[in-house]
Design a protein around this ligand. Structure first.
Ligand SMILES: [Zn+2]
Length: 160
């Protein structure tokens, strides 16, 4: 894992698995005003990792912006099922989701981005999806999400 710190703004680049003894949890973030978690190279999180993650994120100041970016689906599944996994101010900026061709089963990972492919609720609008249409390179038919949308996107409305 790498940490880039500029003043009170932190970027964590997570690599590999999050479990017992992940160095991320040793980082004091009580002065943080902005935290970006780049999870592009993250592979896995086990139950101890989830527990340590929550113990760590509760120490993040309430006013601190918390942004999860390029997350793998294993991370999003936690954000969508575990209350408190994302801090109250947390936002999933983007994550990689699997799509599959209904004809030839070709799989493709697609980076879905907040404000484009999905939207958090605002004062006047509920959360909503706007998934991209991507055609199979071989069959030219639209790929289908290889995940349960309501389940994966539960993080949009899961409040700590
Ligand atoms: Zn195809």
């Amino acid at each position: 894992m790498k940490i880039n710190k500029t003043g009170t703004s932190y970027e964590f680049v997570i690599e590999g698995a999050i479990g017992e003894g992940s160095t991320i949890f040793a980082q004091d973030v009580r002065d943080a005003t902005r935290i970006v978690m780049n999870a592009e190279k993250m592979t896995y999180i086990n139950s101890i990792g989830v527990k340590n993650w929550i113990l760590w994120t509760v120490r993040i100041p309430k006013s601190c912006a918390f942004i999860l970016t390029k997350a793998p689906l294993v991370m999003i599944n936690q954000a969508s099922t575990v209350v408190g996994f994302m801090p109250p101010s947390g936002q999933v900026e983007s994550f990689n989701a699997p799509f599959v061709c209904p004809q030839c089963d070709t799989e493709k990972m697609v980076l879905l981005t907040a404000g484009k492919d999905y939207h958090y609720a605002t004062a006047d609008k509920p959360s909503r999806l706007n998934l991209p249409t991507i055609n199979c390179a071989k069959c030219a038919v639209p790929l289908e999400p290889d995940f349960v949308e309501a389940k994966v996107f539960a993080f949009l409305d899961l409040k700590s």
